[in-house]
Design a protein around this ligand. Sequence first.
Ligand code: HEM
Length: 406
Amino acid sequence: MNWDARQLAADFDLEKLTPEFYANPYPTYRALRENAPVKRLPNGCYFLTRYDDLVTAYKATKVFSSDKKKEFLPKYGDSPLYEHHTTSLVFNDPPAHTRVRRLIMGALSPRAIAGMEPDLIKLVDGLIDALAAKGKVDLIEDYASAIPIEVIGNLLDVPHDEREPLRDWSLAILGALEPVIGPEVFARGNKAIEDFLSYLEVLVGRRREKPGNPERDVLTRLIQGEDNGERLTSKELLHNCIFLLNAGHETTTNLIGNGLVALSNHPAEKQRLIEQPDLIKTAVEEMLRFESSNQLGNRMTVEPVELGGVALAAGTPLTLCIGAANRDPQQFADPESLDIGRTPNRHLAFGTGAHQCAGMALARLEGAIAISRFLARFPDYALSGEPVRGGRVRFRGFLSAPCQVG
Ligand code: HEM
């Protein structure tokens, strides 16, 4: 490894990222993996980049906690953002996590997800017709972001004419999870939580009065709870609905957007998928690995532990860099190349262990249908301008990607 890479690793600070990093973080991730895989940052957190170290941190839940109460208090104070994030299942440990996860997994059953496929195809084909009529389109605005919002809206049976604010709320709440936030982002995040809660109180009230079909309607299922009497409290119900709407939204938009842009930048792989559409499943996995929509996760040590040869004290905050682990040559052959037929492909885009993404079957289905039907209809699609990145380190995607489809 040359001096530049060593310097890149030595200088890395998650709180002082450069425009070059946002455009392409992978050289930095590589430099870190090779020179400082368990890297102490100036603020005392550690940044992990090796695949095996991430798997250890994800799997040993008793040592690496997901509970964020301690960490978020100085960041958010006593605010709606604090209440929201510390009530979401993803930022809790057992037993609170286990209870909520069981209910959510029950509601996102394979049967419920399979039942969504016909509506999803109809939605995607409708969007594709609209794209064809326009010719010059924005892949994100007109397509990638329009799909998850409808799917999640259907999942909770949010009336169509009430869905418009969901995307902005979601972007504002997730934006406040960035490592460093200013007062404006903080205020926007808090306002989004307040507006979202007021809306959900009305929606839940209506659903309590008139329950939907629990086989298809996740909200009814979450309200009714399990047969054994297990139920969410009102606060848990509202905040975990917000979490579900957010978790399934920007991440899946980015899977579809990143996937279509990556194919456009790799014409041979694009052609391969056009000629062999059966590769769509491995192609989606490769898109998840190559440009993971969720690049960072977090844990905190609850006892002294050694990781990658580094001794960590109890109470050390860790950032798990999924984007770096997914390009670790110890796990993936030729990791910097996009190979839509890659097998095996045990990427960490959905995390692993007790908190592994509860919506991954749905995300995979959305990705496969959105990308395969787009490609079948527009095999000659071409970017017509420079795609604009979202400027975030945690959630990697595009805000816009101008494209000519016909
Ligand atoms: C490409 C799309 C998606 C990606 C990349 C993604 C990624 C992730 C990751 C990395 C985690 C683990 C967090 C951790 O352990 O710290 C997670 C958790 C979660 N995701 Fe996803 N997700 C996606 C789509 C979805 C969808 C569509 C839904 C719901 C419909 C969803 C619901 C959840 C839930 C409920 C959790 C928390 C699970 C738990 O804490 O037990 N996700 N997701």
